[in-house]
Design a protein around this ligand. Structure first.
Ligand SMILES: [Mn+2]
Length: 299
């Protein structure tokens, strides 16, 4: 029994970069990363696909992104059952956008116990309050649990420059919030891939499938492949992600290659630096020139 865990695909980012082809949007990368992440499912190598939230980047995703997501989920569900749950970015739920049930796709908008592929899954979408989460998780674990699926910050997880602690943030979950019997949590929400131990549970985060901000530029993206039957085991699978560079000065341009995303910062927000980045084939995040350089109208 093998399952593929993918999360935080953040489809539907409308952002364009200077130097990128006309009509290209950053969301195209997220969709391509999601499709690439599903390769083991298309190859018949897994028995189940689980997506643990932030399917879309925002709660009202562009219709083009919804149509692409529905088509891809339907395509993969012809090979293998798929389950999706909402993250904090999908705060209006997923059912409404996806048009209800897609064939072979289980959409779980509210905490519930779900039996799928012979597994007892406790499914708990994102909740802003840890006490509410604990109640929802207890309900979802009713009748026993093999895997808990969540989109939440757990005690001890980190993002660059920050460690989450139960009690310090309203939505951070600690050992006291976890139902008895939970040993493995497949979790979304935290974008750097990592594993933390919370009480008796291992909480495994494959991380976002493509970078969602320049703060993720050093992170390896991908998915997790689980093997069940005996004691559950997993391994992270690396995916391809478009390179990103933060440029503080002309010396940082050496690393920029064709099709890489570039963020000009501070003194590097300069038309000459931008020109040099574009000359290297970089795609530059739009920035506002200093107000003094803008022509003034209407005064
Ligand atoms: Mn996310």
């Amino acid at each position: 029994m093998r399952l593929l865990h993918v999360t935080d695909t953040h489809l539907g980012v409308d952002r364009w970069y200077r130097g990128a082809p006309s009509g290209w949007r950053r969301g195209d990368d997220h969709l391509a990363a999601f499709r690439a992440a599903l390769a083991p499912a298309f190859a018949g190598e897994v028995d189940l696909v689980l997506h643990t939230g932030d399917l879309f980047d925002r709660s009202r995703p562009p219709p083009r992104a919804v149509a692409a997501a529905a088509a891809l989920l339907t395509e993969v569900a012809r090979r293998v059952p798929v389950l999706v749950l909402p993250g904090n970015h999908d705060r209006r739920g997923l059912r409404a956008h996806l048009g209800g049930d897609l064939p072979g796709v289980t959409v779980v908008d509210e905490a519930a116990p779900v039996r799928l592929a012979g597994l007892r899954l406790a499914v708990v979408p994102y909740l802003p309050d840890a006490a509410d989460w604990a109640a929802a998780a207890a309900f979802a674990c009713h009748g026993g649990v093999d895997l808990l699926l969540a989109h939440q910050a757990f005690d001890g997880v980190h993002v660059p420059g920050f460690v989450f602690r139960a009690g310090a943030q309203r939505d951070t979950v600690g050992a006291a919030h976890l139902p008895v019997g939970v040993r493995h949590v497949l979790c979304g929400h935290i974008h750097p891939r990592q594993v933390v131990t919370v009480g008796e549970a291992l909480v495994v985060h494959p991380g976002s499938s493509e970078r969602t901000s320049f703060s993720e530029r050093a992170e390896t993206k991908g998915t997790a492949l689980w093997e069940l039957g005996g004691a559950p085991t997993w391994r992270f699978v690396d995916g391809a992600a478009r390179p990103m560079h933060v440029v503080d000065g002309p010396e940082d341009l050496d690393a920029v290659g064709a099709g890489d995303l570039v963020l000009l910062r501070g003194a590097a927000q300069d038309v000459e630096v931008e020109r040099a980045a574009l000359a290297r084939g970089g795609w530059v995040s739009p920035w506002a020139p200093p107000t003094a350089q803008l022509p003034l109208f209407g005064r």
